[in-house]
Design a protein around this ligand. Structure first.
Ligand code: ADP
Ligand code: MG
Length: 249
């Protein structure tokens, strides 16, 4: 069953076409990757899906519901998890405190942690579970600002998981990580799908990592779809080989 359907979306900035007639379908329980060089339009597509940008044309449907013109905070409550992208909300607080506050803030019944229906204790217990999921048990009492890049990415994902999303959007989860941290993150993303059943849509720069990880891949180039398909289809696509894999077509 499709969980996310993007129908023919376009977006321009002052006459510049950042995205041009892009469609994709993400099946529930799958890993879907968006790849393409810098400026291809990957983050713009995320911003359209999550309501940070308004669509010029097209439609976004999530779990059968049209969310094309839904504001970001409502989209999170619909079941889409969005990473905070490195900006940990409360850097001087511990990992556990940050995730607990996210659980309170993202509690489906409310939008405001001061008025959450959950008690702090219940939220903290849920936060501890999420922290275990992302493998940060040993660091949960550490102040967020003291963590390494790789661990901060895990906190970021923990924050996004606080709303128990059906679909998690990750924008370049492997960027800026060391080789070891990348390998751990790839394993961790697989585990998210396997154990939590979280559907994932992510962007990435590193084509090789994506070919190993994703079930389907879309290649964006200058705002348009260059190719879409399984890793094998993408690997053998002549234009993709030429443009991204550094091989002669
Ligand atoms: P990617 O994430 O694939 O690197 P982006 O989606 O960030 O690419 O950007 C695609 C193009 O759209 C770029 O040329 C970028 O400069 C432009 N763009 C993105 N967001 C904005 C914005 N808010 N205002 C103006 N131009 C933008
Ligand atoms: Mg980007």
């Amino acid at each position: 069953m499709p969980l996310l359907e993007v129908h023919r979306v376009s977006k321009s900035f002052e006459g510049f076409r950042a995205l041009n007639d892009v469609s994709l379908t993400v099946e529930e329980g799958s890993l879907y990757a968006l790849i393409g060089p810098n400026g291809a339009g990957k983050t713009t597509l995320f911003n359209l899906i999550t309501g940070r940008y308004t669509l010029d044309a097209g439609r976004v449907v999530f779990a059968g519901q049209d969310i094309s013109h839904t504001p970001t905070h409502r989209i999170i409550h619909c079941g889409i998890g969005i990473s905070f992208q490195r900006a940990i909300p409360f850097p001087s607080m511990t990992v556990l405190e940050n995730v607990t506050l996210a659980v309170l803030a993202l509690d489906r019944k409310t939008r405001d942690f001061a008025r959450s229906l959950l008690s702090y204790g219940v939220a903290a217990t849920r936060a501890e579970e999420i922290i275990s999921w992302v493998g940060l048990d040993d660091l949960k009492r550490q102040v967020a600002a003291s963590l390494s890049q790789g661990d901060l990415k895990r906190v970021d994902i923990a924050l996004a998981l606080a709303s128990k999303p059906r679909l998690l959007l990750l924008d370049e989860p492997l960027a800026g990580l060391s080789r070891t941290e990348r390998a751990q993150m790839v394993g961790f993303i697989r585990e998210l799908l396997r154990s939590l059943g979280t559907t994932l849509l992510f962007t990435e720069h590193d084509t090789e990592a994506v070919l190993q990880l994703a079930g389907r891949i879309m290649v964006l180039h200058r705002g348009s779809v260059l190719a879409e398909g399984t890793p094998d289809e993408i690997r053998s696509h002549p234009q993709v080989q030429e443009a991204f894999l550094g091989r002669e077509a």
